[in-house]
Design a protein around this ligand. Structure first.
Ligand SMILES: [Zn+2]
Length: 86
């Protein structure tokens, strides 16, 4: 399982996201910090390095998400799995 993300794959993910964080939607030009390419399902949980499992993220979202694969939104006992928007 590869951790390496090629420049072409990084560019594809960034363009698909229209240079906005795929979690909070902030534009990369509005952020002081550089953006990351996040494995939605982390490598340690078996996630792959492919377009379906990569998200363009701001540093704050990526650091706070860590290797989590879901969160709780409005219903406290109903986990919502992270995924990219189509
Ligand atoms: Zn964000």
């Amino acid at each position: 399982m590869s951790r390496y993300i090629s420049d072409a794959l990084r560019d594809f993910v960034a363009k698909r996201a229209m240079l906005r964080c795929e979690y909070c939607r902030i534009h990369s030009q509005s952020s002081f910090f550089s953006f990351h390419i996040d494995h939605i399902v982390s490598l340690k949980h078996g996630g792959l390095t492919n377009t379906e499992n990569l998200a363009y993220t701001c540093q704050i979202c990526n650091i706070n998400k860590g290797s989590d694969i879901a969160t709780f939104l409005e219903k406290p006992n109903t986990p919502v799995r992270f995924s990219i928007q189509e």
